[in-house]
Ligand binder design. Structure first.
Ligand code: SAH
Length: 257
């Protein structure tokens, strides 16, 4: 198989977990971007119920918790991430109102209209943006908010190499206007969108991976799966540097009508 034919989904999940467990973030983002997205949300109080779906080890969850009142439940499919999430919450004295729970975004454990806010950074692609915003809507109260970051095209046309890579990795990548249209169709007021700045990818996502990759390659010397996985991560990063004017992550904030 050509290395550009591989997406992260084809590698062993335990391997991916171990790799990302050693990193603060499992996707592009920053404290500033999380706080900016929060600034569009005005309905929160001590009584609020918030869900962070595909929370990983909780980099963004802890930022949210430090900036608002209310209870946050982080949901992730992978036990090692949830374990680390709960350790992080304890370390920051947030255990009373921040809890990590094992769960599947395709089958969430919430009641109808229970939540004031649904958060999800760099994770909704696991269910697909359109399915996620439609299925999760019923858990929100009327007037509740959804805040999602999602891979998006910035331009109408893209060079073939990057178009091919993304259509293989995540065919639902689309333009910002298409995603906003989907939000409106799903029953949300599109409150705001903004593009995550490049530092969210470079400084907070790809640069911290450089050391991790060296560590991994020496720990698993000669392991072909690991070598392929690291080659794939490096290839993805190179594509970002080459084509970052054409795509990136975008925050979408909507309010349930
Ligand atoms: N929000 C975090 C993690 C993003 S990576 C951050 O921005 O750093 C995507 C996360 O989605 C991973 O933690 C992965 O374990 C989780 N995930 C993948 N499939 C899932 C599913 N079906 N249900 C819940 N979480 C899932």
């Amino acid at each position: 198989m050509e290395k550009d034919d591989k997406s992260i989904h084809k590698f062993d999940f335990n391997l991916i977990c171990e790799y990302f467990l050693g990193l603060e973030r499992q996707g592009p983002g920053s404290a500033e971007a999380t706080i900016k997205a929060l600034s569009f949300i005005d309905n929160l109080s001590k009584e609020s119920n918030i869900a962070d779906i595909g929370c990983g080890t909780g980099g963004q969850t802890m930022i949210i918790a430090k900036n608002i009142e209310g209870k946050i439940r982080g949901i992730d499919l992978f036990p090692a991430f949830i374990e680390q999430f709960n350790l992080n919450a304890a370390k920051l004295n947030l255990k009373e109102r921040v809890k990590g729970l094992l769960g599947d975004m395709k089958n969430l454990p919430f009641r109808e209209e229970e939540l004031d806010l649904i958060w999800s950074e760099g994770a909704i692609y696991n269910i697909g943006f359109n399915r996620g915003i439609n299925e999760w809507r019923r858990f929100l109260k009327k007037g509740g908010y959804i805040a999602i970051s999602e891979a998006s095209w910035f331009t109408e046309k893209r060079p073939e190499e990057i178009e091919k890579f993304w259509l293989e990795a995540y065919p639902e990548i689309d333009t910002i206007s298409s995603k906003v249209y989907q939000m409106q169709k799903a029953g949300y007021i599109p409150v705001a969108t903004f593009i995550l700045p490049e530092n969210c990818w470079i400084d907070n996502f790809y640069v911290p991976q450089v050391n991790r990759q060296d560590e991994f390659l020496s720990k698993y010397k000669g392991d072909k799966t690991v070598e392929d996985f690291i080659a794939n991560e490096r290839f993805e990063a190179q594509l970002y540097y080459k084509y970052k004017e054409y795509y990136g992550y975008v925050f979408y904030i909507g309010k349930k009508i």
